[in-house]
Design a protein around this ligand. Sequence first.
Ligand SMILES: C[S@@+](CC[C@H](N)C(=O)[O-])C[C@H]1O[C@@H](n2cnc3c(N)ncnc32)[C@H](O)[C@@H]1O
Length: 259
Amino acid sequence: MTLDWGAGEYERTARELEPAAEHVVALARIRPGERVLDLACGTGNAAIEAARAGARVSGLDAAPRLIEVARTRAAAASLAIDFVVGDAQDLPFHDGAFDCVLSVFGVIFVPDPPRAVAEIVRVLAPGGRALISAWRPEGPINAMMRVLGRAVVDAGGPSRPQFAWHDAEIVGGLAAAHGATVETDEGRLVIAAASPEAYFADGEQYHPMSVAVRPLIERHRAPETVREEAIAVLRAGNEDPDGFRVTSPYRVMRIARAG
Ligand SMILES: C[S@@+](CC[C@H](N)C(=O)[O-])C[C@H]1O[C@@H](n2cnc3c(N)ncnc32)[C@H](O)[C@@H]1O
């Protein structure tokens, strides 16, 4: 099952992720004039931040609709960013084209991570760096996704083995094969809503991943039980007794190409 990130309304999630894009761009310490690629850019959060920092920015994503949204946002902010539709595993850029590659919860979704890492290092100039944010497994949102993933498999859908993008040894092993090294930083994203139930219902309606798995969950022998279990996981991680607030930890992998 190939996920269409243009389905639903990913824009809503992208707004929740804006603080993470700001964090990753700040960690990248972008200098004016640097060439920056926002890889799997979605609606362009990191690309826009990098352009505001004075970089010459390209953004690439597999979802044509999201690239259109990104172009509209950049134009509204009077930022010249080159957005293209493409595959993170086969980048349409020449070797050494960028000083910095950013990917905010983006490249972590590709089917072939070793190939994506090879491409990232290939398009980095000598001395360049890539910053990739990846969810750590322990957050409540991840726990909810695991409940949904199990229900999809129970209903006869595909199982999606998760690549451990948050694991410095594993990503470091991939990078080392191309002469690059890996260091890490930590981050936390807070997400709030009116209630756990409201957050879950919103996701079911708008998030591309939930939109994709909803028909499979409906096929499950007990779809209501699945929803209750997913909402129970959200309640367990809820930090706000009057509403809904959860904190999801993430790790930023910094891949450095030798100079
Ligand atoms: C969770 S979204 C993150 C988007 C954006 N970076 C942000 O911060 O909002 C994941 C993105 O990865 C993109 N994506 C998934 N597989 C891809 C691939 N093979 N090549 C390019 N983009 C891909 C999706 O289209 C989607 O926009």
